[in-house]
Design a protein around this ligand. Structure first.
Ligand code: ADP
Length: 583
């Protein structure tokens, strides 16, 4: 019985123990389930999660995304490691000091941005850390989460850079446009917010040859001289002697950046030497092209070798857009100013010439005309035999020649003086009534004899409708017609010379036509110029000064009229004077 009792008791205890074990097993299983559930939850959420213990700040656990950032596939592999063992060892100090602060202050640090060197490269994080507590509430470590905000950060940085660039561009274009000299342009262009360090700049103009190819480069401005040895302003270099000229031609839009003149493989020995002389160790040369024309070069020079950041390179690539149009304008303005100066000088010279000319003419009129009149007068007296002395044939002939030549000379001087009087505006035209028909008769009698002596028929025709009386300058009008008629008779050997007066509504015409030698087409323009004759050779057949038509044209214009000529070589010519009808 006892055994029964013992057995039963044992059995009972055994069962109880078994029951306990099963319960424990169950609890353990449940705990494991819960842990793996927790882990899989942690592994699924799109944030990084990690927790560290308090003592050494080594990892107690993490989720899958975090493990991947650390470059391992299993979060369990991180347990026991600290930040110095991770790919982000570079940031270990930063992370750990934050951890300490959170643990010591027992206050969370929420949503702050920090960099990370992860297995994927350089990234940006938005991190939160909170104190990790055990069941009794003691802080035993930290729990951290973060998300990768690199794409946003990059977009933000790009936006900032673009904003900075456009602000800079705006400021540049506003300031540069105000520059009135190449040096001002340099100084404003370099005052762009970028820290260039110890540098100087230069601007050169490029001069093109007749084919539009670059020929010379002229140094027009420098900012701060680096050295006394700089090339003087205004120095002209043949383009082919320029360092980099070949590169300029090949690559128009890209600045040529030399970080160190001693090591850059593109520089030949001579160029390096030249830079050494000028104490230049680093340089940027920016070709300036406007509408396909190479207009200038902007040079920037440093005493020390200089490493250029991406931002600086982008800046130099952008400069021409703002600078080139202004350089082009400055050049144009300089050119215009030079031209204006030249014109002003030419003008002053012309005025002075005109003054000298009229002074000269005034003297001429007196000094030449007076003795000539005497010669002409006395020879005329001798020829008319008024002195009562008989001369032999030869003497007679000489005196005749002196007389005709002095007459010609006098005519020339008179024409010349008349011309200059009309030109200088000193000729006052009368505005008095005259009778055209009477004038025609006068001209007929004046020139009829001459025509007759050459066996030419001289006819006139006056339009019935022409008013009896007109207003104008009878004397000058006579000069015009007599001149034209004399020419007609002079240049006609046979046939006729004709004068016609035509009537129009508000104008009238004087036409002088002949059947003479005519005027070739090319000469029709220039015969109205001073001293111009169709045949100006020394052997020419017809006398004359070449001033007649010039005087005629100027007089006609002074009367607000026009003169034209129609002609056929060997057939004849017709001069047409059209005048306003003033009655
Ligand atoms: P010139 O004193 O030589 O006649 P003009 O100025 O009067 O000077 O005329 C200039 C030139 O025009 C003349 O030399 C002549 O060649 C040409 N010319 C003028 N009128 C006539 C004409 N009626 N017939 C042919 N040629 C003429």
């Amino acid at each position: 019985m006892l055994s029964d009792v013992v057995e039963t008791d044992l059995h009972f205890q055994l069962r109880e123990a078994q029951q306990k074990i099963t319960e424990l097993e169950q609890a353990l299983l449940e705990q494991r389930d819960r842990e793996s559930l927790l882990q899989s939850v942690l592994d699924t959420i799109p944030v990084r999660v990690f927790w560290k213990e308090r003592e050494n700040l080594s990892y107690l656990g993490a989720n899958r995304l975090f493990a991947e950032d650390g470059g391992v596939s299993n979060a369990a592999d991180l347990i026991g490691k600290n930040d110095y063992d991770m790919v982000w060892a570079e940031q270990a100090e930063l992370y750990r000091s934050d951890d300490r602060k959170v643990i010591d202050s027992e206050t969370p640090k929420i949503n702050y941005e920090e960099p990370q060197t992860s297995a994927h490269g350089e990234t940006w994080l938005r991190t939160s850390k909170i104190p990790l507590r055990n069941s009794t509430g003691n802080v035993i470590g930290i729990l951290g989460t973060y998300e990768d905000i690199t794409p946003y950060k990059q977009a933000e940085q790009a936006r900032d850079a673009a904003l900075r660039r456009s602000e800079l561009g705006l400021r540049l274009s506003q300031n540069i446009a105000k520059a009135t000299t190449p040096r001002e342009l340099l100084l404003t262009a370099m005052d762009s917010g970028l820290d260039y360090g110890n540098y100087t700049t230069s601007l050169s103009y490029i001069d093109l040859d007749q084919n539009g190819d670059p020929e010379y480069s002229t140094l027009v401005a420098t900012s701060v001289p680096l050295d006394q040895n700089v090339v003087p302003l205004g120095t002209r270099f043949p383009i082919k002697d320029l360092p980099f000229s070949q590169i300029y031609f090949r690559d128009r839009d890209t600045p040529i950046i030399i970080e160190d003149v001693d090591t850059d493989p593109r520089l030949d020995e001579q160029t390096s030497y030249y830079y050494h002389l000028s104490r230049v160790s680093s340089t940027v040369n920016i070709p300036l092209y406007q509408n396909g024309r190479w207009v200038g070069i902007l040079g920037i020079f440093w005493v020390e070798p200089h490493t250029f950041s991406e931002e600086e390179r982008a800046h130099y690539a952008m400069l021409p857009r703002y600078i080139t149009p202004v350089v082009d304008n400055l050049r144009l303005i300089e050119q215009l100013e030079a031209n204006v100066e030249q014109l002003a000088m030419a003008n002053a010279l012309a005025l002075e010439n005109a003054r000298l000319k009229s002074e000269f003419l005034a003297t001429m009129s007196h000094e030449l005309r007076t003795p000539l009149n005497a010669i002409e007068g006395f020879t005329s007296v001798i020829l008319s035999n008024m002195g009562g002395v008989e001369y032999n044939h030869r003497t007679q002939h000489y005196v005749e020649r002196v007389n005709t030549n002095s007459k010609r000379l006098l005519a020339l001087i008179n024409d010349f003086l008349d011309l200059s009087r009309i030109e200088s505006g000193r000729l006052q035209l009368a505005n008095s009534p005259f009778t055209p028909r009477q004038l025609v008769e006068k001209w007929q009698s004046q020139l009829g004899g001459l025509a007759q002596s050459k066996g030419l028929e001289f006819t006139v025709q006056v339009d019935e409708r022409l008013p009896e009386s007109l207003l104008g300058d009878e004397e000058q009008l006579s000069r015009v017609v007599v001149n034209l008629l004399s020419n007609a008779i002079k240049f006609t050997e046979r046939g006729k010379v004709r004068l016609e007066l035509h009537y129009g509504e508000d104008q009238w015409q004087l036409q002088v036509s002949d059947t003479g030698i005519g005027i070739p087409p090319h000469a029709r323009e220039y015969i109205f110029e001073e001293f111009r004759q169709v045949d100006s050779s020394s052997k020419r057949k017809y006398g004359g000064t070449g001033l007649g038509l010039a005087i005629v044209q100027k007089l006609v214009r002074a009367m607000n009229g026009t003169i034209t000529v129609e002609s056929e070589v060997d057939e004849g010519s017709r001069f047409i004077v059209t005048l306003p009808l003033v009655g």
